[in-house]
Design a protein around this ligand. Structure first.
Ligand code: FAD
Length: 334
């Protein structure tokens, strides 16, 4: 196998696959390295807001609803949004994205291959050493490439499990007196519901979050054995995407949203932007600027919540009243 490539991408999640897709059918030789032998599956609730920006994903691969049931301190509210939030199984998303580059002449996908270390112009993997002109770290929240750049990370945690399908809409549960700004979600998928809790480990311990989720599941009559609850981290510590000839995309770049933990749409968008930047070094990355603006808006709201813990319940109710306004929905979708 050739061992010199124009571009090496580490990680075939949504971000890495989006970079590869952008570079498909160009004159650049691309190596995409993925440690898992199957592309796609990941512990994730699969929610995609901002669906219109990713409308290339075939609708039949997704489930969507405009209807949301929201519990704030056990009081129930209903909300209908102008646009659906979609869900997609990560296996389906991975299969769809990988399908787009399958057979591509300039892209080599090496599955079951783990990047172990990075040198000045080469990547050491368990299948050999490969050298690059450009390196893209799309290797998730514990990114090796990010570490190589000497960047730390700040993470929040999600714990979740799949249960039998409960309903077609979304459910959100917040209880600031008990959980601060953490929340529990129920996301509808084609054949199941994903239920989980998202929390900042600085404010809620993993042990406590797991106990809260188990109690929630029991109250809703879902019998789950504890090992079915699985989790992962999201990195929201954005420090840049371009570091000379090294790029960071998605969670590796810290692009997840701190308040919500959402990261798929940011991963897809940043991957596309990095692909464009590699092809045209003068490209201004306007799409990246747009998603950073959105991430900042979301994080500003969270900082207001974090500044006033005693009135978080009131702030959640106020936010709900505002989210009913179409212009607010648009403001947080653009
Ligand atoms: C419980 C939970 C629920 C979530 N729910 C949602 C949700 O509903 N909506 C949403 O938008 N986001 C959600 N997220 C966040 C979302 O999963 C991430 O933001 C998203 O997956 C980031 O995509 P990525 O491509 O940057 O990284 P990843 O999807 O993590 O992909 C990274 C890839 O790199 C590979 N890799 C890592 N290291 C190496 C290595 N050394 N060598 C080779 N390959 C490597 C991994 O195997 C993986 O395939 C959730 C996260 C968690 C933990």
């Amino acid at each position: 196998m050739e061992n010199r490539y124009d571009v090496i991408i580490i990680g075939a999640g949504p971000a890495g696959l989006a970079v590869a897709e952008e570079l498909e059918n160009t004159s650049l030789s691309v190596l995409l390295v993925e440690k898992n032998s199957v592309i796609g599956p990941k512990i994730c609730a699969g929610g995609i807001t901002n669906f219109k920006k990713h409308s290339e994903i075939p609708p039949e691969k997704m489930q969507g609803s405009k209807n949301h049931t929201i519990f704030i301190e056990d009081k129930k509210y209903e909300l209908t949004l102008a646009d659906s939030i979609r869900t997609i199984s990560r296996a389906n998303l991975g299969e769809y994205q990988a399908g787009k580059i399958t057979g591509s002449k300039n892209i080599t996908l090496l599955k079951g291959t783990s990047a172990k270390s990075i040198g000045p112009e080469s990547v050491v993997t368990d299948k050999g050493i490969f050298s690059f002109r450009y390196l893209v770290g799309a290797d998730g929240s514990a990114s090796l490439v990010r570490k190589h750049l000497g960047l730390g990370r700040r993470v929040s945690i999600g714990l979740c499990c799949d249960v039998e399908k409960v309903h077609e809409g979304f459910v959100w549960y917040v209880n600031p007196r008990e959980l601060g700004t953490s929340y529990i979600w129920e996301f509808p998928h084609h054949d199941h519901t994903n239920i989980g809790i998202y929390f900042d480990p600085k404010h809620l311990s993993a042990k406590r979050a797991r106990a809260v989720l188990i109690t929630y599941l029991e109250k809703r009559n879902h019998r789950i054995s504890p090992h079915e609850i699985r989790g992962g981290a999201v990195n929201y510590d954005f420090r840049g995407c371009v570091f000379g000839n090294i790029f960071l995309a998605g969670d590796a770049a810290g692009l997840a949203s701190k308040p919500s933990g959402e990261g798929i749409s940011f991963a897809l968008a940043s991957g596309r932007e990095i692909g464009k930047k590699i092809l045209d070094p003068g490209y201004e990355m306007t799409g990246l600027k747009r998603i950073l603006k959105l991430k900042k808006r979301q994080e500003k709201i969270l900082s207001i919540f974090e500044s006033f813990p005693p009135i978080q319940g009131l702030l959640f109710r106020l936010s709900l009243a505002l989210v009913r306004k179409r212009w607010i929905q648009r403001y947080f979708a653009n």
